[in-house]
Design a protein around this ligand. Sequence first.
Ligand SMILES: Cc1ncc(C[n+]2csc(CCOP(=O)(O)OP(=O)(O)O)c2C)c(N)n1
Ligand SMILES: [Mg+2]
Length: 338
Amino acid sequence: MFNPSSRRPQSLTEDGATALTQEEAILLYRRLILARSVEERIRREYPKDQIKTPVHLGIGEEAIPVGVCHCFPPGTPMFGSYRNHALYLALTGETDRFFGELYGKKTGTGQGKAGSMHLAAPEAGLMATSAVVGTTIPLAVGAALAHAYRKSDRGAVSFFGDGAVEEGVFWESLNFACLKRLNVLFVCEDNGLAIHTPSRQRQGFRSILEAVQGFRCSTASGDGSDLLEVIRLTRLMLRRMSEEQGPGLLHLSYFRFLEHVGPGEDFEAGYRRKPTPEEIERLDPVIRFEKELGRWGVTEEDRRQIRNAVDDQISRSVAAAQEAPFPEGDQLDSDLFS
Ligand SMILES: Cc1ncc(C[n+]2csc(CCOP(=O)(O)OP(=O)(O)O)c2C)c(N)n1
Ligand SMILES: [Mg+2]
């Protein structure tokens, strides 16, 4: 399928910031397809009402976690929001425990008690994700502070939506990270919406980037639908953060294709319009990256094989999750904190 002899590093930008081997390009494509296919599968399964947890699907967002995670050493502590599926899948690549959790089963990441919004995989670096907007931002700062205490140069990453920026905890966390020069990257996944409300009806500042630029923090902004741009900007941020010995904020915009929560589209609700086919070509990170894959000699047949392998993996995991037992007895209230 893939000819190793054709593997070659590619320089995709003037400064060569995004240099990927064929092996990396294939891995990244697999991660993108895994995230997309898992969520398409959830959309098909959800109406059967066996998955009881609310699901906040990230179709359109996938390139952000896939690209950012690719730039960090394995095990770097990462923290996210409830729109966390692509982040979990980018870090773990696994779907057995993922679907176990969605089906509420003992085999899940939280033994079926945490649900889609609280996926975690500490062994892979995913320390926490949460339903409560903004709550994991200070946890990422705390992880970076712990590294600083231990004189380690390991970083930490916080993923959150544009709505979290309207919370005090974001500004307090940013202030503290800047003051203490912590090695933490804030990644704002900006879809311009908090549920149904657009940014201009919520935000008193001109732009997130301008507001953060008043802080002693490195910043960059770009198109989160473009995986190669996400990687280029993440690497740029890492370089700047190392030069400045302090935190960074990476602001990436993307288009949320589905409703805020649930498996459907909601364009008929009237708060935004459906994109045209030409716009979809630009907004869909999978389509965008597929157009680039020829650079590494990855053919349509290669892509088909990757998609099929991913579909098989998902089918096995869904079947296993459906068969798995629910937690019972003492297991129901063990590991619960409130
Ligand atoms: C502290 C808190 N306030 C309000 C809510 C209700 N709520 C759930 S999602 C959401 C919108 C958040 O938007 P954003 O941070 O942009 O994330 P997105 O859903 O766009 O990924 C709100 C207000 C909540 N879960 N937590
Ligand atoms: Mg948002």
